[in-house]
Design a protein around this ligand. Structure first.
Ligand code: FAD
Length: 372
């Protein structure tokens, strides 16, 4: 018997699961195919920062997209709790981005100026103010306080959106997609044992998207970037009250009292091995940036593979004008933050609604330079 859907989503990470759930809410028949277990890759591994203002270097559509998704999080969290009973630990306690040289301080002051102009909450604080806020941090030359950024428990978000998808759409785990074939009337998605048909397919398989991009007339330009993280448990009464960031390193306090320390950036690596050099970098960063936590206990370590596109921004939308194929890939360091807005954009496209101007910047065939 022929199995037909309105939409098939390939990949059950935070992006694919959120999209499947949100499209199913529009009464469409949706199938989500995941090659292993839902959330088994980058999404469950993430540190969970909602760093809409954290790593932004310039104003533009991407900054707007990040702010917008952060704003969606309280409602997203409530809806997930109501549907699944899973509390994602949304903690809007701000992020401190440290300056450790006068040059870094000058750069962060410039960042604060443009972010405030474009709707951000960044405020430059002196070293004395920072020392008063966080007793475990090193000497600084001041830093940015990003009051509206925060964090969630990424593993719980991923579990919640996976459960939301399972409650509203057909979800098949352990089902790797091997082939996607387009005909004028439908899309056929093949697994080892089955073939499924739909009006549209949405590619959301993270760092593994290169497998299908050529069949969608797109270059296989996605770069997997391995990241290693570890977790520590502070001793005694020493603690961190908000996320601290310096360079590529960050320290994210979680509700259970532990702190996630991240992360390495290792391009072109699909391996899941924690290495001596990777973990050493992270442990040295703790001693260097948070000397007050040098006696914290090591708890555990893990890895994840970030999906990076050459633009360093995601592709969200159809691969050509009348396409049966849409992509939601390349969320790199911000996929947890961007899941709510990514799904909103995809739902608008499926429903044939007009996109907001800054959303058009992420449609693959429109060069970003044309919409900035
Ligand atoms: C170390 C690290 C720290 C991070 N920290 C943060 C953070 O603090 N904040 C933040 O916002 N983001 C963070 N990120 C980024 C975030 O994790 C990613 O951007 C996000 O998880 C990407 O989600 P995804 O659903 O696209 O990919 P994934 O979670 O990788 O999901 C893709 C899914 O597709 C499946 N799949 C692959 N091929 C197939 C196939 N052929 N058929 C069927 N299924 C397939 C995979 O099994 C996988 O489950 C971090 C990432 C890493 C690695």
């Amino acid at each position: 018997m022929k199995t037909s859907y309105d939409v098939i989503v390939v990949g059950g990470g935070v992006i694919g699961s959120t999209i499947a759930w949100r499209i199913a809410q529009t009464s469409r028949k949706v199938l989500l195919l995941e090659r292993g277990r839902l959330g088994q890759e980058a999404s469950s591994a993430a540190a969970g920062m909602l760093g809409a203002e954290l790593e932004m270097n310039e104003p533009g559509p991407f900054f707007q997209l990040c702010l917008e998704s952060r704003e969606l999080y309280p409602t997203f969290s409530d809806e997930l709790f109501d549907l699944t009973g899973i509390e994602i630990e949304l903690t809007p306690n701000g992020i401190l981005r440290l300056a450790r040289t006068t040059e870094e301080a000058a750069q962060l002051q410039e960042t604060a100026a443009w972010q405030q102009l474009h709707g951000g909450s960044a405020m430059f604080l002196t070293s004395t103010q920072i020392a008063a806020m966080e007793t475990s941090v090193c000497e600084t030359f001041g830093g940015l306080f990003l009051a509206k950024d925060g964090n969630v428990n990424a593993a719980l978000v991923t579990r919640a959106v996976g459960k939301a998808a399972s409650l509203t759409a057909d979800v098949i785990e352990g089902s790797p997609v091997y082939d996607i074939v387009f005909s004028p009337t439908e899309v056929t998605v093949r697994t080892a044992t089955e073939q499924y048909h739909a009006e549209k397919v949405i590619l959301a398989n993270g760092a593994f998207a290169n497998q299908f991009l050529p069949s969608m007339h797109m270059p296989p330009s996605l770069i997997p970037v391995k990241g290693q993280l570890l977790r520590i448990q502070p001793s005694g009464h020493v603690k961190l009250t908000r996320t601290i960031s310096h360079g590529h390193f960050y320290f994210v306090p979680k509700r259970d009292g532990t702190i996630i320390v991240g992360a390495t950036e290792e391009p072109e690596l699909l391996s899941h091995i924690n290495t001596v050099s990777g973990l050493s970098q992270l442990l040295l960063a703790v001693q260097d940036v948070l000397p007050g936590l040098r006696d914290a206990a090591f708890v555990d370590a893990w890895t994840g593979i970030r999906p990076l596109l050459p633009t360093r921004e995601p592709f969200i939308g159809p691969v050509d004008a009348n396409s049966q194929a849409l992509v939601a890939i390349g969320h790199f360091r911000n996929g947890i933050l961007l899941a709510p807005v990514t799904a909103e954009i995809i739902v608008s496209l499926i429903e044939g609604k007009a996109l907001l101007a800054h959303h058009k910047a992420f449609i693959p065939q429109i060069p970003v330079s044309q919409v900035r």
